[in-house]
Design a protein around this ligand. Sequence first.
Ligand code: HAM
Length: 425
Amino acid sequence: MYQKLKGTYDILPSESDFFRYVMQEVSSIAGLYGYKEIQFPILEYANLFQRGVGDSSDIVVKKEMYVFEDRGHRLVALRPEGTAGAVRLYIENGLHMSGHTQRLFYIGPMFRAENPQAGRYRQFTQFGFELIGDPSPDADVELIAINHHLAKRLGITGVTLYLNSIGCRECRPVYQQRLTEYLTSHKDGLCEDCQMRLTINPLRVLDCKEEICQRIVRQAPLQYEHLCEACQAHFEAVKASLTSLGIAFEIDPYLVRGLDYYNRTVFEFKSASLGAQSTFSAGGRYDYLVKDLGGMDTPATGFAMGMERLAMVIEASTGKKRTDFYRPPFVYVAGIGESLSQAVWQALSFLREHGISATTEFRYTQLKKHLKSADKLRSSYAVLLGEDEVQKGIWTLRNLQTGEQIQDSPAEIVAFLRAKKEKAD
Ligand code: HAM
């Protein structure tokens, strides 16, 4: 038997309405904030990502990218995240000419050859929001506010927003120097990964989860105590705006993020209900990336949310399972007897033309079997069509919860069902 690859997963028909609901809510929030959807390829030149996420990012260092040579000997990769592709789209299509800030969002699969565990997959889906062209602290705040709004809308509770500033190309090298000196003097006490990080990107040692490293990190000099005046002012303005909007946050001086392109504001939304992979949304400012990828000097900020983790948080917060979101076909049409196929088709079409979801089992002719199917599908009503109904041009409608039945013309029954459906929606 064929099996799916490790780190991938299937969405079953009983769960797909849940994922559709989440997608609709995210798209609806995107619309409310004026973010326009973009779509870009899953497959791009590998060097876009290499340059985009950076040589010292986990994705590159841990060789998490799915890279291969295509038939034309081009080195291509499955996108590990969306920001690099979104920025490539922005530059290649000259979106900077629009004369306004670009507010972009995307939904789609990303690929990382990570060690799979709960909430960590090799193929996962991200909702990403990118705001390109605005250097102001309020742009960072807008993205955080979107997360906040979405969490409220989806009934998510027990969420903490962690915030930090990692400075800019002016103040970061000075801090990095101090940090490197400190960590080098404690090198022997660091885990193996961090000894390597120390030479590649010492900042990443700060968010190592190993207890031995954390002990050393707790005494390390902190970036936000070494910000230049401009970064300090930016960070203060972000905090002030969040406070005035009533969005609670915690400063996490060890938050540095696993991708290289960030500067100034970085943030993560975590939920205690997620266990080890507690971050379900993360992002920050990336003022250098557009230029680094060949565009004009353009400030930008954004975040991405993992759909799988978001789904886990929703389940934990609301107590609802993903299968609870299943939306059955509203009506089941039962042809009772032989040669009723035409009548069944007519009924199905009439219902669907009036916006009522309807299905049947073409292979059954007996009421008992039809009712069993309708029950399994969890439909609310069944239209029963026998010889008698066909001859009289009427339908028998059965309420599948109560067993109550009425007979009427198709037009009257459809009007009745539409009213019921509106109430149920
Ligand atoms: P990231 O922190 O790498 O950032 O990923 C963002 C979110 O994607 C994570 O918080 C998590 O919910 C989800 N995620 C990441 N890796 C996995 C995985 N292996 N399995 C399941 N979910 C995962 C970015 O990707 C940046 N592009 C975010 C961004 C946009 N920054 C600025 N703009």
